[in-house]
Write a protein that binds this ligand. Structure first.
Ligand code: NAD
Length: 321
């Protein structure tokens, strides 16, 4: 079978070659989209990451394609409807690092709450071992608002509780047993924004979550609160975030995902230039998934997605075929 892997880093190669010995493999560091189609187009299976955009046009250019499997949990970069109408299966990696992303969200929270980036810069760049201006705040006793209590959000709840935080959550689906077990209430989104000292986003990007936090509702946030987004950039309206930070409505933000982050991946930082200039904003390059353990699990699940599909028993499909 002709299998193409795109957006590889290099370390994966030996595992892929071992797993698919005897198959016709094409391994590439490049992404695949309408502008960057590979020269070879006879793939039956492709595995991509989040910079690849699988559209009707890309599918048309790959006439033998039967399966596209993304090495990510989010699959908003795959046109699922286009895959369905072409009869191409679309698979994803549902849970490779639920703790991994939640731990990173707390990395951002702690970096903001205890001014860790400024403290490091003080010592390393300024050569000063002083604490003036570095007063932070405790997480214990503060309220954490978790938007989306799926696999990652549940870990955020657990970690928040571990820090002694009060937790409130918003989700279109309520897991009442989990809420009872962990001792938190589900509230409406506006209520969550009003109660939270720190709100953290863990829902998927969908038409219904486009600009879920926007200029009409960001004003409900408690004055001086923090907002964390490790989910997808377009869930949070960038203009609304900038205005809220400028007005002091928000005291800071931890942002791992941005609208237009594709442009930034090729060195164009302009989509985030205003945010980058703000000392109370930490921006990381869509890095929350990036732990040794998670990367290996992502690859193992992707290999399994392909093997199961080839064996006629597809798993982890994003759509019914
Ligand atoms: P999940 O499917 O387990 O959970 C998502 C939760 O969001 C579900 O409980 C769902 O009911 C809820 N939800 C759906 N629509 C909603 C809405 N309109 N309002 C509120 N909640 C809503 O997903 P997960 O594994 O927890 O991952 C969540 C997201 O995190 C992924 O979709 C992906 O975009 C993102 N992610 C980011 C990284 C990163 O590196 N930054 C890594 C992995 C995942």
């Amino acid at each position: 079978m002709r299998i193409g892997f795109f957006e590889l880093e290099g370390w994966e190669e030996k595992f892929i070659r071992e797993a698919f010995a005897g198959h016709d493999l094409y391994l590439s560091k490049e992404k695949i989209d309408e502008k960057t189609l590979p020269e070879q187009k006879n793939f039956e299976v492709i595995s991509v990451f989040i910079r690849s955009h699988i559209t009707t046009k890309v599918l048309k250019a790959l006439p033998r394609l039967k399966l596209v499997t993304t090495r990510s949990t989010g699959y908003d970069h795959l046109d699922i409807e286009a895959c369905r109408s072409r009869g191409v299966a679309a698979a994803f990696v549902p849970g490779y690092g639920d703790n991994t992303v939640a731990e990173f969200a707390f990395g951002l929270i702690l970096a903001l709450s205890r001014k860790i980036c400024e403290a490091r810069a003080r010592v390393k760049n300024e050569g000063k071992f002083t604490t003036d201006g570095l007063v932070g705040f405790d997480l214990a006793g503060r309220t954490l608002g978790v938007i989306g209590t799926g696999r990652i959000g549940k870990h955020a709840v657990r970690i928040g509780k571990g820090f002694g935080m009060n937790v409130v959550a918003y989700d279109v689906y309520h897991d009442d047993a989990f809420a009872k077990e962990m001792g938190f209430p589900y509230v409406e989104l506006e209520e969550l924004l009003a109660q939270s000292d720190i709100a953290t986003i863990h829902c998927p990007y969908l038409p219904t979550t486009h600009h879920l936090i926007n200029k009409s509702n960001i004003g409900f946030m408690k004055r001086g609160a923090y907002l964390i987004n490790t989910a997808r950039g377009a869930i949070l309206e960038t203009g609304a975030l900038i205005s809220a930070l400028k007005s002091g409505q928000l005291r800071g933000a931890g942002i791992d995902v941005l609208e237009d982050e594709d442009k930034m991946k090729i060195g164009n930082m302009s989509p985030a230039s205003e945010l980058l200039a703000m000392p109370n904003v930490i921006i990381t390059p869509h890095n929350a998934f990036n732990s040794e353990e998670a990367l290996k699990r992502i690859l193992d699940i992707t290999i399994d997605n392909i093997k199961s599909f080839v064996a006629g028993k597809p798993v982890n499909l994003a759509q019914e075929l």
